[in-house]
Design a binder for this molecule. Structure first.
Ligand code: S3P
Ligand code: PEP
Length: 460
């Protein structure tokens, strides 16, 4: 069969070229309230579980960004009906599950881990063959653990094309009565292999008894993301036993429909809160949940370790910067999405910082350890890549270009650095469209609000 062509080179919308962006400097300490859009991870789970449910349901305030648009398009290609209605203050989507998923389509995963790991399990429940492809950069993202799991569950997975590097493009041939049962995978490259399989567990004839075993002893990263999947399943009446480490049992049965409202994306809030820390300002993110499985919640602890003041109250989460950022020694394995912004904070701290537990982020949107080392060294920091992280030595920093490698979180990190170092120019800001297209507008508004507050203070 002929090899499909990758759909885009960057994580911007297809056909849109690179958009260079000079990161604005903060002329005064930032002072703002920033409302961030809905969580990517919660939106992805809400969509997939609504598609598997026994009745139609609604999703309010779902994230509308490239990753979640691709998720909706992919679900539609599998026979799910999604009506993008308009709420008063927030979008309300109505999701109607199909009687049976339909095979036959080629699904574009873009650069979205959630799409490439959550939709193939649904395709495995369709009678016939469904193909998957995505951006060029997505073709090197790890898939082996998911492929092994789908094959063990009874589906057939085949790579497509000469020179396939073990991931996209590929095809899944499934059937509605997939047996399931005992499945052993190595999920050390991504927790999304576990989440993707857990979500179809109840629909497998024999349920799912899933174990993680790694030859090297490597752990499954992103534990909160798996906890989030388990919680979403339980909220829909699915029985999940996760009482043993690296072992999940899902009983067969229906997935109950549930109307949900998506909370703010806490990882996407991180650069705004970091802006307060680096400029000695104050930023509040409203609607911060008191309890959540979003890994981004860890930004509270992380910023406090750097020396910022962090307060959670009825107004939301407020971070107030202090005079100096202190060096940190952090294991970020359960919140690896924060690594790019944290690495920039480390480059601005008073001593050497150590970040570890994040070997697997070499398989994220880009090799994030290599990307951070390259960009931070270009601005003058001393950076050493370790097996599972970075050692960052702060030095006198200078202007430079900042390469984003189509990675939204590299763009967020460059923006934070650009608040305090002149002339940080990102090669492409379009990549933020992956999870937060409005990032440049929200960022500029935060700075404009700060200038206005400063002028009002001087005038009074
Ligand atoms: O399940 C999810 O929604 C996610 C899981 C994590 O993936 P990894 O375990 O591959 O890091 C996280 O980094 C990603 O941004 C979202
Ligand atoms: C790793 C990330 O994304 P993905 O869902 O594509 O894996 C991320 O958003 O930091």
């Amino acid at each position: 069969m002929t090899e499909p062509t990758a759909t885009t080179q960057t994580s911007s919308e297809p056909g849109v070229g690179p958009q260079p962006w000079a990161a604005p400097i903060a002329t005064v300490p930032v002072r703002a309230t920033v409302r961030v859009p809905g969580s990517k991870s919660e939106t992805a789970r809400a969509l997939v579980l609504a598609a598997l449910a026994d009745r139609p349901s609604t999703i309010t305030n779902g994230l509308d960004a490239r990753d979640t648009r691709l998720m909706r398009d992919g679900l539609r290609a599998l026979g799910v009906r999604i009506d993008d209605g308009d709420g008063h203050d927030a979008p309300v989507w109505t999701v109607t599950p199909p009687e049976r998923f339909t095979a036959g389509a080629t699904i574009d995963c873009g650069l979205a881990g959630t799409v490439m790991r959550f939709l193939p399990p649904l395709a495995a429940l369709a009678e016939g063959r469904t193909s998957f492809d995505g951006d060029e950069a997505a073709r090197v993202r790890p898939m082996a653990g998911l492929f092994d799991g789908l094959a063990d569950a009874g589906a057939h997975v085949e790579p497509i094309g000469e020179g396939n590097r073990g991931g996209l493009p590929f095809a899944v041939t499934g059937r509605p009565d997939l047996p399931g049962g005992v499945i052993t995978i190595d999920a050390s490259a991504s927790s999304q292999f576990v989440s993707g399989l857990l979500m179809i567990g109840a629909r497998l004839a024999g349920g799912l008894d899933l174990r993680h075993v790694s030859q090297t002893g490597a752990a499954v990263p992103s534990a909160p993301n798996i906890a989030m999947t388990v919680a979403h399943l339980r909220e829909r009446g699915v029985q999940v036993d996760d009482s043993r480490p690296d072992h999940w049992i899902v009983s067969p049965g229906p997935v109950a429909a549930r109307d949900v409202t998506i909370g703010p994306d806490l990882a996407n809030a991180a650069p705004f809160l970091a802006a307060a820390a680096v400029t000695g300002g104050r930023v509040t993110v409203p609607d911060w949940p008191e309890r959540t499985d979003q890994p981004g919640d860890r930004i509270q602890e992380v910023l406090a370790l750097f020396g910022a003041e962090v307060a959670l109250d009825a107004d939301g989460l407020t971070v107030t910067g202090t005079d100096q950022l202190h060096a940190v020694d952090l294991d970020l394995s359960d919140a690896s999405e924060l690594t790019p912004v944290v690495a920039v904070l480390a480059a601005l701290a008073d001593h050497t910082s150590h970040l570890h537990g994040v070997a697997h982020i070499r398989g994220h949107e880009t090799d994030r350890l290599a990307a951070l080392a390259t960009d931070l060294e270009a601005v003058g920091a001393g950076v050493r890549e370790t097996d599972d992280g970075l050692t960052v030595h702060p030095k006198l920093l200078r202007s430079s270009g900042w390469l984003t490698y189509a990675d939204h979180r590299m763009a967020h990190a460059g923006a934070v650095l650009g608040l305090v170092i002149d002339d940080i120019v990102l090669d492409d800001i379009g990549c933020v469209g992956k999870t937060m297209p409005e990032f440049p507008v929200l960022w500029q508004r935060m700075l404009d609000d700060a200038v206005r507050a400063d002028e009002e203070l001087s005038a009074s």
